[in-house]
Design a protein around this ligand. Structure first.
Ligand code: GLA
Length: 384
């Protein structure tokens, strides 16, 4: 890997795709337990332009990197590429592993997903690059196949042991819908998520919490869940029914492991309940499920932080119908289901959270409103 600074002009045929980040409406830490998730794609995303080269090199540039910096990658081996470039090189590696021996390319990326906020900036990067590469090299890969490629890249090349939710949301979500995904069968269903016709809105508040230790904690949660499943004699916590849960959990001696399992099993139930309400056109009724999810993440799974707990509490007191942390945890973003305007609208709820953060001396949180947007899509690539 070399990092050089040169003036560069891209020409020749190119493919350009944009892939979004996501918020997860509900279903946290359920995907790697072969359970259910319900994310939606958001307006922030990454646009990738991929232009084949005549050699095997990758020349990577980013609108967010120092101007003129080109990262040149010649060796695709896990551990050999670092930083954002690993998420791009990993796509080539995963394609090669899958038997698609494509050549090198000039890749330019330009993204606006806040990094480290739990909004899947990495999935947006991987999915935009993989979509553009698959098209420009004529690989004919389906969207579910691209989910597998990008997931393999992140798990085995970048080395992050995450589940399949984020790449699925970025590739498979559609505008106006949340994506109901069964992480075992990989069956998906588009679930209507039209808040505005109900006078509602989805407020996101980035708590700006530093993400120290996230990787180790995430892996630790996975291990606890696997241990619980083994003790309970099931392939995955997905297989533990809600009915009779507390009796069954008596069989798990370790109190902490028991709480981890309780979160996953009850969370799967909350996802199914949320899907049923949305299918019945009752988005106004999902608030208590969102809040219950937060309480479960806070008390049983222990993946929240002081700041996200504060943001949830204040949002609820300011009139939100429901609120929860979204994403892997230990900080990141909170989502709040709010009225679309008025004294409990997005501006008022955001102002209440900002005031509470200021009173504690915390850095200002960043609020924004999201809608369910389209997953990865081609955009015109007329200029380099
Ligand atoms: C991260 C991972 C996902 C999922 C969530 C928690 O976003 O990438 O696979 O496990 O955490 O729900």
């Amino acid at each position: 890997v070399r990092s050089v600074t040169v003036a560069r002009r891209l020409d020749g045929p190119a493919s350009r795709w944009r892939a979004p980040g996501r918020v997860n409406l509900i279903g946290e830490h359920t995907d790697y337990n072969q359970g259910f998730v319900l994310p939606l794609a958001i307006g922030f995303g990454v646009t990738a332009t991929v232009r084949p080269r005549s050699d095997a090199w990758l020349h990577l540039t980013s609108a967010q990197a120092a101007s003129g910096e080109v990262i040149e990658v010649s060796t695709l081996a896990p551990g050999a590429v670092h930083g954002w470039a690993a998420y791009v090189a990993g796509v080539w590696w995963a394609l090669h592993q899958g038997g698609w021996r494509i050549g090198g390319a000039d890749v330019h990326v330009d993204g606006d997903v806040p990094v480290g906020a739990g909004l899947s900036s990495s999935a947006a990067l991987e999915c935009s690059v993989a979509s553009a590469a698959a098209e420009v090299f004529g690989l004919g890969l389906s969207r579910p196949e691209l989910v597998q490629v990008t997931r393999r890249s992140e798990n085995d090349f970048v080395g992050v042991p995450n589940g399949i939710m984020d790449q699925s949301a970025s590739m498979l979500a559609t505008a106006g819908n949340a994506l109901f995904l069964d992480a075992r069968t990989l069956k998906t269903e588009q679930v209507p998520f039209a808040l505005s016709s109900h006078g509602l809105a989805m407020l996101v508040i980035d708590s700006k919490t530093p993400h120290a230790l996230v990787d180790g904690e995430y892996a630790a949660r996975r291990r606890s869940c696997e241990a619980a499943a083994a003790t309970l004699g099931v392939p995955a916590l997905r297989d533990v029914p809600l009915a009779g849960l507390e009796e069954r959990l008596q069989g798990v001696a370790d109190e902490q492991t028991r709480r981890r399992a309780r979160h996953v099993v009850t969370e799967n139930g909350r996802v199914l309940d949320t899907v049923a309400l949305l299918q019945a056109d009752r988005p106004d009724a999902i608030g208590s499920l969102l809040t219950a999810s937060h309480v479960s993440m806070r008390d049983d799974f222990e993946i929240t932080s002081d700041r996200v707990d504060l943001a949830v509490d204040v949002a609820l007191r300011a009139g939100a119908l429901g609120a929860r942390m979204t994403g892997g945890g230990f900080g990141g973003c909170v989502i709040a289901l709010v009225q679309s305007s008025g004294p409990s609208g997005p501006a008022a709820v955001a102002a209440a959270v900002e005031a509470a953060f200021a009173a504690k001396g915390y850095a200002s949180p960043v609020p924004f409103v999201v809608q369910a947007e389209a997953g990865a899509h081609r955009v015109a690539a007329t200029t380099g």
